[in-house]
Design a protein around this ligand. Structure first.
Ligand SMILES: [Zn+2]
Length: 335
């Protein structure tokens, strides 16, 4: 059975010293301090240590083969988004990261599918870069759950949604710059509490802002099974019903109606929760996604799914059909 992991991160082995080049900011650079490892540095501040499977294409293919997984959909690590930079610098960073992914996909078309990154601080430049990467074989993009604190319903983003429809490209919404981060530095809370909340914020903003109505052809996928959106849909819907004056001001369709209209990945780390997500979303809208190669990811690449006692049809939807539809690619392409 074809297995596609649609949520994985990759980084070029070497990054320019953009802080030095641009003369400001804390752009990420890599310090290859020992063989097989690198320190991600945010300016002078240590961010995290990564291993060679973060950049080594062949090592990744080999590691995936242990879990009978042929295809990785790759995108950058959200800390590299640089939406806060000057627009032209943000474009330069995006182009550098995208060119790395473009080269990878061209070299290993049966193992890698690429998602681009865009300078979201300037929507005109973002659309320009989107058009460029489409021509180079990139099928979609990854964007943050908020754009410098602005929510995804904001009208300044309309040209992007329009362009994604016109170019027939998909989008993965990934949590980043987690709300409340400054108040919860201890216990890894931004990752454990902030990330599911960020994704929920993104989905609710898109629903209540009527974006799925205005741009029905954009194929959205949300990381980490959509965060806490589906598990808390009862509360969200009740809020919509009891206080329409607050919630239903831009879109009068109940939020529950959107479940199953977009995709979510399978990264729940919990079979019971995945059963619940599948019940709501349907298997055509849940795609294997692991967050590889990071420790909070499902690093056995969907092994827990195989042990859930699901029918072969459902497993096949999770492992490839759902992702293929989201990417708008054919299974035959990978055979
Ligand atoms: Zn991720």
């Amino acid at each position: 059975m074809l297995k596609i992991d649609m949520h994985t991160h990759i980084i070029p082995k070497h990054l320019p010293d953009w802080t030095k080049k641009f003369g400001y900011g804390n752009f990420i650079h890599l310090d290859h301090h020992k063989p097989g490892f690198a320190r991600m540095m945010q300016g002078e501040k240590f961010f995290r240590e990564i291993e060679s499977n973060c950049w080594d294409a062949e090592e990744r293919i080999e590691e995936y083969s242990k879990y009978h997984t042929q295809v990785q959909v790759v995108c950058t690590i959200p800390v590299l988004f640089a939406y806060w930079a000057k627009p032209s610098d943000g474009l330069e960073v995006s182009r550098y990261l995208n060119d790395d992914v473009i080269a990878l996909v061209k070299k290993y078309p049966k193992n890698y599918v690429g998602l681009g990154t865009l300078p979201m601080q300037d929507i005109e430049l973002a659309v320009q870069e989107l058009e460029r990467i489409k021509k180079e074989g990139i099928v979609g993009i990854q964007i943050g759950s908020n754009i410098n604190g602005k929510n995804l319903n904001e009208p300044f983003l309309y040209p992007l949604w329009k362009a994604l429809e016109a170019l027939d490209m998909c989008v993965l919404v990934h949590p980043w710059e987690m709300m409340g981060e400054d108040q919860m530095k201890k216990y890894w809370l931004p990752w454990l509490v902030g990330m599911p909340a960020e994704t929920t914020r993104a989905i609710c903003s898109l629903i209540f802002g009527g974006i799925f109505e205005k741009f029905p052809k954009v194929r959205f996928n949300f990381a980490h099974a959509g965060g806490s959106f589906i598990p808390t849909i009862g509360r969200i819907e009740h809020g919509f019903n009891c206080r329409p004056d607050l919630v239903a001001i831009d879109n009068d369709i109940t939020p529950r109606a959107y479940i199953g209209k977009f995709w979510v990945d399978s990264a729940t780390h919990d079979p019971e929760l995945l059963h619940y997500i599948l019940k709501h979303q349907g298997s055509k809208k849940v795609s294997l996604g692991t967050d590889y190669p990071f420790p909070l990811g499902d690093l056995e690449i969907g092994k827990f799914i195989e042990e859930m006692g699901l029918s072969e049809e459902v497993v096949e939807d999770l492992f490839c059909n759902s992702a293929l539809e989201w990417l708008n690619m054919k299974k035959e392409f990978f055979l």
